[in-house]
Design a binder for this molecule. Structure first.
Ligand code: NAG
Ligand code: NAG
Length: 223
C-alpha cells in the first residue's frame, strides 16, 4: 500500500539493495490452511462490508485466547502456529511466548483483501476495487494492472531466502518469482534455500542467526 505513494523511480532511488525473506510476492500456491480458507471464503471482504477496516487480532482478544489455550497441559502451541506458517523446525515455546507479547500487529482490512485477491488469482496485481468504474478511476482501466516485474533493475542487489516447509511463501511461488528474476545479474542475486525452514523460523528460529542473519549481514556489508 505504502508503495503506491512513490513513483517507480522514486522508490528505486531509495533502495540500494533488498532482502526478501520467505517472500510474499506470488501467493497463488499458498498452502496454509488458515490463510487459504480465509481467502477462498472472502473473510476479509466480509469484515470490510461489515464496517471493520482495521484487522486487529489483539483487539479482538484472540491472542489472549491463544495464550490461555497454550497454557493448557498437553497443548503444543507450535502446532497452532503451524497451521498458519507451516511446520517450523526451530521454535521453542519460550520464543513463541515472546513473539505473542508483540505480535500479531494490526493491518488494514483492505491490505488483507488485496492479499486474498492475489491468493485467489495467482498474479501480482494492484488492488481490485471490485467495480469497473472505481478501477477506471484509479487505474484508467477496468481491471487492476499487473505489477511489472521486469522493472526491477537487473543490477539491484537482492538477497532471497526461502524454506521448503513454508506454507505462506510456497516453494512453487518463490520459483515463479525467481523465474521473473532469471535475467538478473548473477552476482547481484544471492538465493538461499533451507530444507528445514517454515515461515516463522525466519523470524525467530533458534538457528536463524547463523543460518539466515549472518549471511544476510555479510551480504549487506558488500553493498
Ligand atoms: C515492463 O518494464 C520493462 C522495463 O522497464 C519494459 O521494457 C516493459 O515494456 C514493461 N512492460 C509493460 C507491460 O509495461
Ligand atoms: C528458546 O529459543 C531461544 C531463542 O532461540 C533461546 O534463546 C532459548 O535459550 C531457548 N530456550 C529453551 C528452553 O530451549
Amino acid at each position: 500500500m505504502a508503495l503506491a505513494a512513490f513513483s517507480k523511480e522514486q522508490l528505486l532511488d531509495t533502495l540500494r539493495s533488498a532482502i526478501l525473506l520467505s517472500p510474499i510476492a506470488y501467493v497463488g500456491q499458498m498452502t496454509s490452511p488458515v490463510a487459504r480458507s480465509a481467502a477462498e471464503n472472502f473473510l476479509a471482504e466480509a469484515l470490510y462490508w461489515s464496517g471493520i477496516y482495521e484487522f486487529d487480532l489483539r483487539g479482538e482478544g484472540v491472542v489472549k485466547l491463544l495464550q490461555d489455550i497454550c497454557q493448557k497441559p498437553g497443548v503444543d502451541c507450535a502446532h497452532l502456529l503451524t497451521s498458519f506458517t507451516g511446520p517450523n523446525c526451530c521454535l521453542n515455546s519460550t520464543i513463541v511466548d515472546v513473539f505473542l507479547d508483540h505480535e500479531p500487529q494490526p493491518t488494514s482490512t483492505k491490505n488483507l483483501i488485496h492479499l486474498a485477491q492475489m491468493v485467489r488469482d495467482g498474479k501480482i496485481s494492484m488492488y481490485d476495487y471490485g467495480d469497473e468504474a472505481q478501477n477506471m478511476e484509479h487505474y484508467g482501466q477496468v481491471t487492476p494492472p499487473l505489477y511489472n516485474m521486469s522493472s526491477i533493475p537487473n543490477d539491484l542487489p537482492l538477497f532471497l531466502s526461502y524454506g521448503r516447509a513454508d506454507a505462506l511463501s510456497d516453494v512453487r511461488d518463490v520459483k515463479l518469482l525467481l523465474e521473473n528474476l532469471k535475467d538478473h545479474d548473477g552476482d547481484k542475486l544471492v538465493t538461499q534455500y533451507r530444507e528445514d525452514y517454515a515461515h516463522a523460523d525466519f523470524v525467530m528460529g533458534g538457528t536463524a542467526r547463523e543460518v539466515v542473519y549472518d549471511p544476510l549481514t555479510a551480504f549487506l556489508r558488500l553493498q
